[in-house]
Ligand binder design. Sequence first.
Ligand code: B3K
Ligand code: ZN
Length: 881
Amino acid sequence: MRAEDPRPILLKDYAPPAFLIEDVRLEIDLDPATTRVRATLKMRRNPDAPRGPLILNGQKLALHEVAIDGEMLSGNAYQTDSEHLTIPDAPDGAFTLEILTSCGPEANTQLLGLYLSSGIYCTQCEAEGFRRITYYLDRPDVMAVFTTRIIADQKFAPVLLSNGNLTASGKLPGNKHFAEWHDPFPKPSYLFALVAGDLAHVEDKFVTQSGREVTLRIFVERGNEDRCAYAMEALKRSMRWDEEVFGREYDLDIFMIVAVSAFNMGAMENKGLNVFNDKYILARPDTATDADYAAIEAIIAHEYFHNWTGNRITCRDWFQLCLKEGLTVFRDQEFTADMRSRAVKRISDVRLLRSHQFPEDQGPLAHPVRPDSYIEINNFYTATVYEKGAELVRMIHTLAGPKRFRKGMDIYFERHDGEAATVENFLDALADGAKLDLTQFRRWYSQAGTPEVLVSGRYDTARQTYTLKISQVCAATPGQKLKEPYHIPIAVGLVGPDGKDMALQLDDEEKAKGTTRVLNLTERTQTFRFHNVEEKPVPSLLRGFTAPVTLSANLKERDWVFLMTHDSDPFNRWEASQRYASGLLISLVEALQAGTRLRKGEAFAEMTRKLLADKKLDPDFVAQMIQLPGEQTIAQLIRENVDVDAIHEAREHLRLSIAGAIKDELLAAYRRQRIEGPYSPDASHAGRRALRNICLSYLAILPGSDGVALAARHFAEADNMTDQIAALGVLVNIDCPEREEALAAFYDQWKDDHLVMDKWLAIQATSSLPGTLDNVNRLLRHPAFTIRNPNKVRALITSFATANQVRFHAADGAGYALVADKVLELDSLNPQVAARLLGAFKSWRQFAPKRRALMSKQLARIAGVEGISRDVFEIATKTLA
Ligand code: B3K
Ligand code: ZN
């Protein structure tokens, strides 16, 4: 490290704040260039902390006045540096600190703190953005009651919003007006929000379980009012669900959501005033896909659920981030499972975990679900904290069962409402309420890495027993060489030769009961023996994916084929299909490299044929089953000297042989799944579209022009965005005139719609055709693109870097160079987005030496740039280490 390199913050250094803030009054006079903020803070020394100076956080602020108890401080009574305001001799008793500062929302390109974008003033304070609005104790364990008075030009910003309930509003001289908001619930500064601008809204209401009426408003840019209905319905369903499933009721008179087009992430749970990336609010059948609708429903729920898990009970410090995020993801997953297909939801959550979290856990950026050190906290809103964090809560749910889990949650809410809590607080409440011993389980929060579970099953014909020998290992991760064994719940079943589940009787049990059993693996190696097993079974292991581990078992290809047709556990049925397909794909990659004969994968085609013919199955589930694992999944499984071109070719070969083998069945299903009548985003229609569009994707690649013609017709006839974009997604990978025609037609139809244009950019960036890199370069200069908008960056550059394995990893390194250039360009505008994008390099070690060298060269180039942000510095140096 260089002398001036940023220093890491450590969990073990946590100390309570020297001062507390009880009450905050903000007066914010909005102006694009100079917004003046007067903060009046009622403070006192923290009786539980050693006596020390008052050090407030602040960044990019102009300080005008500081006063204590009405008396202006002279310049030598305080000091400032680029990050702090220090008052060495603050009073001993309670006092009022008044600070007048100004900031410049228009010049704020980081979209952190108060910014102005597309004519809307908006804030983003989590994690440490509030310090760009005023000097403050900007840490989550300082909770205060906020009153906010907003002053703005009446014409420019007729709508003025902040947290809580509206308490006053009125006109002011000079065409100005004001609004005053009061939030009675003490909260940390990261949950503060302000929005002001010329916004339209739609309104509804919700009556809570105790009979209180809550006003619901969704604010959008004028003209978008017709795209809010689905979000509003999803909000009401979320509110009802949280009452029914967790007993949690909403607590203010009004709940507001604002959709903005420039936002660093998906959404933000500010108390009573959620701010959303408009991509996750706005939906109309012709502009949003089924996946968009599903994401809207899930994110609305997620942010709403934060009201209890995050806001009412918040985090003591940022190391505890999973306390609110992992738990809230678990809650939104359960909500979606209840609204849609539970099996399909589990499959897609595990897909996400494996594609985003596993590579993180297995690479240089691996960190525990509760990290113990960070340089820039914004880099820790990761798949590990969110998705693996949710898996940890799910394991507790599995261990406790739903009733006892609920009891534990009730205790958690009772004990810690109004507090800034820790992971220990949560686990203690759950252990007490659910009557569980979670002592060993805690290791999941502090040890990084994905444990590997090795299973070997043995049937003893003479004794009629089936024995599972299960062991666990976890590879070293940065800073953690040795791992203690985890407590791993493993649901298992035994499937008999007739394809039916067998009744299970373990060693210490008197008689058989049930057909799925959760085994507790707590040691490095354990054996579990089942009795009265009359015939040799095939074990169905880790049903429902009860733990975030990788599993190796002594199962053969024919066992996976057997399970993919028979397993009664839908998750494992899907898993078996993917195991079979990935095994096949890996053998194809090897055959391509060795120049030997390529197998055709008849079993997968055969399974697909059967599934397509089975009218009883949920089409959405069938769609999951017949989709081959992605190229990155295969790369991850191969792990060393990955050859991206061979993987691409192997997968295309397999797709083609499946399509060829069952062309008629695919066509029949394609026709049968066509939906007559108006579009509905519900899961059953969406599932049929998903299946139909996968059939299309197979049919379109068949040689001859029939397939292409079918895709072109699908595109032309589509009456909803799901079908339109599915057809475009197929055509964009085929070098044919229809491709250019469709792209042009799509552009013409949607050029004025910024959200649909993001789809147009993304779909081109993920094309596997050789001209893609040049096209991305062209699109970077296209009027539909701007590097200042995070959605545009994600659509064009992130899609290219993370969802186009063959082109990003082009052998000459041009893909890497392009992305690295953009990381650097972005860093000076928006470091958070730049650091995220740089994450595309995290698996660099898994590639063959030439690509590895090219990737590390770019990383080193970035790490060496003088004046690079903390965000990018941390990712670049840790990735290289
Ligand atoms: N809590 C926010 C994420 C904030 C990210 C700050 N870099 C959204 C969410 O998880 O609900
Ligand atoms: Zn969240």
